[in-house]
Design a protein around this ligand. Structure first.
Ligand code: GDP
Ligand code: IMO
Ligand code: MG
Length: 457
């Protein structure tokens, strides 16, 4: 085959495009400032707080999966705010939050959240953008979520927000997107087909009463009108932002072990909460991601069913749950608590490609005499150093612990690593060694001020 390629390149192009004609989006990906923040355990790691802290250095905040199953707490200026669908950095003025195509949106919940932000003085019309490709959660999704949980052998303990059934419809190509909702004619037709199908299912499987099509169409057409001013083509929006040199911060909801592919299946959520999800869930290309930070609690928690190898015995469970206020930010359910699991942490570092981890809630361990870290699992005579994919094996694994001394001092006022007691530093160094990545940020309390960066981060 005759070669027509010139031998030299301009800006990495094969020479057909002179430098001045290289399009802005070809340059935009080389800036090095775009970060993904992911939960590295089973959710509720304190992502909201870390995102709030790191948002100061970002321009656009992007949520890329999940829905209002998430509850991300930010405590700023003495007041608590819980984000469910909107990106958690928006209490900082001048930021823009994009709800990506990978998110599933309950319009009522979103409008309520917008209202709460507005009440905090945030100019939401300017600050919030919604992808027209995001899928919409309908009441029948929540109804099916509840019915499936009630009849399923081995409950998952979902949040009941309709998340799973909405993603099922997306994959089955029966979903309705924000773009459809904003087109009343097309929406009316599509909804009619979907409602007929759902009514057949509800009657045959659950003997449930039918959905009223007209009422649903009216209600959701009105939501479409209310949301329309926020709706954008998110791919174009992100390309233009990158071309202008804007810095992106991608916010994962849930956690690595709740990821539909890389978590403790079937006790997972229905989306890709891991860093790879940031691209498919927003339209940003993989080459746009420069760094990934995993968020870990200094211990472990989990809400809902499924294995938790390092789960505490009752007395310790009660103590840590009380001190750490471990109750769900979305459902209020008590969280199950356990020791830090380095096997889980390493799995998260591998799957997400974390450059570093942020450690939260170190203060909750302040009065422990001794602290345990799980460094491997024992399954009968086998020693496992990675998370087994067979969840029944994980459920019977026994943790292998290493014991470290506690520090029995208050860390809540620490402002730098040197302020931490030596035993706390040793604990964090051990986490670094076991996970193979540096700790970049340490949080020792729930407020914005109770966090500090480490080293070059
Ligand atoms: P997310 O879902 O990962 O954003 O986490 P949640 O907001 O559901 O749960 C984390 C909880 O821990 C919230 O109540 C936070 O206010 C709180 N929190 C975050 N960081 C710290 C910390 O370093 N110390 C303490 N004591 N609480 C923290
Ligand atoms: P954030 O973003 C903790 C859990 C549920 C259940 C499973 C499936 O605040 O960390 P779903 O309703 O998603 O189908 O439930 O996932 N779960 C979470 N656990 N934090 C969350 O979000 C969660 N979102 C879902 O408890 O076990
Ligand atoms: Mg949460």
């Amino acid at each position: 085959m005759p070669s027509s390629s010139p031998s030299s390149s301009v800006n990495g192009f094969i020479g057909l495009s002179p430098r001045r004609r290289v399009q802005p989006w070809a340059r935009a990906h080389r800036r090095g400032n775009n970060i993904v923040i992911v939960g590295a355990q089973w959710g509720d790691e304190g992502k909201g707080k870390i995102i709030d802290v790191l948002s100061a250095g970002a321009d656009i905040l992007v949520r890329y999966q999940g829905g209002h199953n998430a509850g991300h707490t930010v405590i700023a200026d003495g007041a608590e705010f819980i984000f469910h669908i909107i990106p958690s950095g928006l209490l900082h003025r001048g930021k823009v939050g994009l709800i990506g195509n990978g998110v599933v949106i309950d319009p009522k919940a979103l409008l309520e959240e917008l209202g709460r932000l507005k009440a905090r003085g945030i100019e939401v019309k300017r600050a919030v953008k919604i992808s027209d490709q995001a899928h919409v959660i309908f009441p029948y999704h929540q109804q099916l979520d509840a019915l499936e949980e009630a009849t399923r052998e081995g409950r998952i303990g979902t949040t009941g927000r309709g998340i799973g059934p909405c993603y099922v419809d997306k994959a089955a190509r029966s979903g309705i997107r924000i773009a459809d909702l904003c087109n009343p004619q097309a929406f009316a037709e599509r909804l009619r087909t979907v409602v007929e199908e759902k009514n057949r299912l509800l009657k045959a499987l659950y003997q449930a009463p039918p959905i009223n099509y007209d009422a649903l169409r009216r209600q959701y057409t009105a939501y479409g009108r209310q949301l329309a001013p926020y709706v954008v083509n998110s791919v174009q929006f992100l390309q233009e932002a990158m071309a202008q040199g804007k810095r992106l911060l991608f916010e994962g909801a849930q956690g690595t072990l709740l990821d539909i592919d890389h978590g403790t299946y079937p006790y997972v959520t229905s989306s890709n909460s891991t860093a790879g999800g940031a691209c498919v869930g927003s339209g940003a290309p993989p080459t746009a991601i420069d760094h990934v930070i995993g968020v870990v609690k200094a211990y472990t928690t989990r809400v809902g069913e499924g294995p938790l190898p390092t789960e505490f015995p009752d007395d310790l469970m009660h103590r840590i749950r009380t001190k750490g206020k471990e109750f769900g930010a979305t459902t209020g359910r008590p969280r199950r608590c356990g020791w830090f699991d380095a096997v889980v942490g390493r799995h998260a570092v591998w799957v997400n490609g974390c450059d570093a981890v942020a450690v939260t809630k170190l203060d909750v361990l302040d009065d422990m005499l001794e602290i345990q870290i799980c460094i491997a699992y024992r399954d009968g005579r086998r020693l496992l150093k990675s998370v087994p994919s067979d969840t029944t094996v994980l459920a019977r694994c026994r943790p292998v612990y290493e014991t470290l001394p506690g520090w029995r001092q208050d860390t809540g006022r620490a402002g730098k690593v040197a302020d931490l007691p030596a035993a706390a530093r040793r604990y964090l160094q051990r986490i670094e060694a076991l996970l193979g990545v540096p700790v970049c940020l340490i949080s020792t309390g729930s407020t914005r001020e109770q966090a500090f960066k480490v080293g070059r981060w």
